[in-house]
Design a protein around this ligand. Structure first.
Ligand SMILES: Cc1cc2nc3c(=O)[nH]c(=O)nc-3n(C[C@H](O)[C@H](O)[C@H](O)COP(=O)(O)OP(=O)(O)OC[C@H]3O[C@@H](n4cnc5c(N)ncnc54)[C@H](O)[C@@H]3O)c2cc1C
Length: 332
């Protein structure tokens, strides 16, 4: 039901709630999908995943960066995480958002920040740096920045959002870069993006197949959709595509058993691990994708300590979410 998706996307974009949530810390079940807010906790999570043969991409959570000071702080936090990963020789790399590095108000600042990150990553055994894709409005800044950096660095890549009509051209444009293939997490207008699940799934499969046939670098197939995962497994078998040319990716805390089972089958697997205080927008986008994820919140909500910690503001949010969930079920 689109109203449910729109509701959670609107919450994810709400600056007041995002800021308020930072002070409360991850509640509503977000603590199950965010790896804490201290480096030791993060390292512990990475170690546990590595021990299961799973690599990690870390996302230093952060939305609505509006000043140079905030962008520089985000860059420092990313460098600190990278140093910790390198010092502990963990199998992990970084996913960064250009908006967090200042792109929404100063693209040169974001470029300089990203270049500094890439130089350091190069020193750290050429650690990979992925530029996550965000709202369509920011796509031009991402491709422009990537085009400036891809000659100098081999450890930079980005994400293709299959809901965009433009996705096809982007897959063709970057065969030499490591790319992550996703369906797309934001709300986009119909003049730029497919709207129905059927169209998006169909384009996703088309793009993944094309990419796997033509790519000169690793392809990350990032989805929780077992139907698509099974399709890809069959496709690589039929086309004799080696397993070192692709990996599967999922988000931390979602479908963990399936992730571990796929890794045990001998496929490369990478988990996207969000880290830090700024959990709210990330978590609301996960609820927008799959309102059933609110089950995580229900479990938390019935604990007495929840209301004490989160206060009425978050409580009312859950009640509204549950009402929408109920309505969406009735609407089916
Ligand atoms: C590693 C990773 C990185 C990402 N990076 C970006 C990015 O940079 N930019 C961006 O726009 N988006 C990003 N996304 C989000 C992505 O665009 C989708 O919004 C998100 O992954 C939901 O789509 P899906 O393919 O996982 O499955 P959906 O289309 O949401 O679900 C399809 C089917 O999969 C099954 N399923 C899905 N989730 C579950 C679950 N939790 N439990 C049980 N069954 C489930 C169900 O059968 C469901 O019907 C990323 C996603 C991942 C996994």
């Amino acid at each position: 039901m689109p109203i449910v998706k729109d509701f959670f996307i609107a919450l994810s974009n709400n600056t007041f709630l995002n800021n308020a949530a930072k002070n409360i810390g991850p509640v509503l079940g977000a603590n199950k999908v965010v790896a804490g807010n201290t480096i030791p906790k993060l390292l512990d999570t990475i170690e546990q995943l590595n021990a299961k043969g799973i690599s990690v991409t870390v996302d230093n959570l952060g939305e609505f960066v509006a000043t140079k000071g905030e962008a520089l702080k985000a860059k420092e936090q990313i460098l600190e995480i990278m140093a910790a990963i390198y010092d502990h020789q963990l199998d992990a790399h970084m996913s960064v958002k250009l908006s967090q590095l200042g792109a929404e108000f100063d693209i040169e600042l974001a470029y300089d920040n990203l270049r500094e990150i890439l130089l350091k990553a190069h020193e750290y055994d050429n650690m990979h740096i992925n530029i996550d894709t965000e709202k369509y409005d920011s796509l031009f800044a991402i491709t422009q920045t990537l085009d400036r950096l891809k000659g100098e660095f081999k450890n930079v890549g980005t994400v293709i959002q299959a809901y965009l009509y433009k996705a096809d051209a982007l897959v063709d444009k970057y065969p030499e870069l490591r790319l992550r293939m996703v369906k797309g997490a934001y709300k986009e207008e119909q003049n730029i993006a497919y709207q129905t699940k059927e169209e998006i799934d169909e384009n996703y499969i088309h793009l993944v197949e094309k990419r796997l046939k033509n790519a000169k670098h690793l392809t990350s197939i990032a989805t929780h959709d077992d139907r698509i995962i099974n399709h890809v497994k069959q496709f690589v078998r039929d086309n004799k595509i080696e397993r070192d040319r692709f990996e599967f990716q999922m988000l931390y805390g979602f479908r963990s058993e399936l992730a571990e089972a796929i890794a045990k089958e001998g496929y490369q697997f990478c988990i996207y691990v969000p880290y830090g205080d700024d959990w709210f927008g990330y978590f609301m986008r996960r609820l927008a994708e799959r309102p059933q994820n609110i089950n995580l919140a229900i479990k938390e909500f019935i604990k007495p300590q929840f209301v004490k910690k989160a206060g009425l503001f978050t409580g009312s949010l859950v009640v509204t979410g549950l009402a929408l969930k109920y309505l969406s079920k009735r609407g089916k």
